[in-house]
Design a protein around this ligand. Structure first.
Ligand SMILES: [Zn+2]
Length: 208
């Protein structure tokens, strides 16, 4: 098994950015950290979940338009071992478009390499044949976890894979994210109008 994906996702859609060392970055740790107090955890969640709402209300149709077929199903990246109870990402995914059919990807074996689709399973009754599947993750660094779920879905017949990351993770001190971070700072803050699928103002695209 090589260390690279068999076929990468058709697109990665980050809804916002999270910056290491900044509040935006801390929110993505705190919302799922059972060792911080509940108020800190809930505050973090409250700052993250609106990005999912805004996508559902404003841009879910944009994704259907950009794809070769509208979205059929959605799953979340399963957590590693050792977590008790519901995955915190579940609380975010609950606000995905209701028309997306929910499916469950589960970790069925320890991954033997960075990309190991045999480590991920889907419910046997889940029909993914020819489907456009959205894989939701909270943060996207290099995408190995979400890409692995996408690869497993393709093996089950999925035709199109979109990775929807609530935030693209930026480490301003390292690598190419330094340039992205500078661009994000220069271009101002997140707005509802800026389309996470197409980049521009999609109200203009939709009215054409
Ligand atoms: Zn849009």
């Amino acid at each position: 098994m090589s260390g690279t994906p068999e076929q990468e996702a058709d697109r990665v859609v980050p809804l916002t950015y999270a910056v290491a060392g900044a509040q935006s970055g801390r929110n993505f740790y705190n919302y799922k950290d059972v060792t911080v107090n509940e108020r800190t955890r809930e505050n973090a969640f409250a700052q993250i979940v609106p990005f999912m709402w805004a996508f559902t209300v404003d841009h879910a149709d944009c994704l259907d338009r950009a794809a070769t077929r509208p979205v059929d199903a959605v799953c979340i990246v399963p957590s590693g071992r050792g977590r008790e109870g519901a995955h915190p990402l579940e609380r975010i995914a609950r606000h995905a478009p209701p028309r997306w059919t929910r499916t469950d990807a589960t970790r069925i074996a320890a991954p033997r390499s960075r990309f190991d689709p045999a480590s991920i399973g889907f419910a046997q009754d889940q029909d993914l044949d020819g489907a456009h599947l959205v894989v939701i993750d909270d943060t996207w660094v290099k995408g190995a976890s979400a890409e692995t779920v996408g690869m497993a879905a393709r093996r089950r017949g999925a035709a199109e894979i979109t990775i929807l990351a609530v935030a693209r993770w930026l480490e301003p001190r390292f690598g190419n994210t330094r340039e992205i971070h500078a661009a994000v700072r220069a271009n101002g803050h997140w707005t509802r109008e800026r389309c996470p699928v197409g980049g521009g103002d999609c109200r203009i695209a939709a009215s054409r």
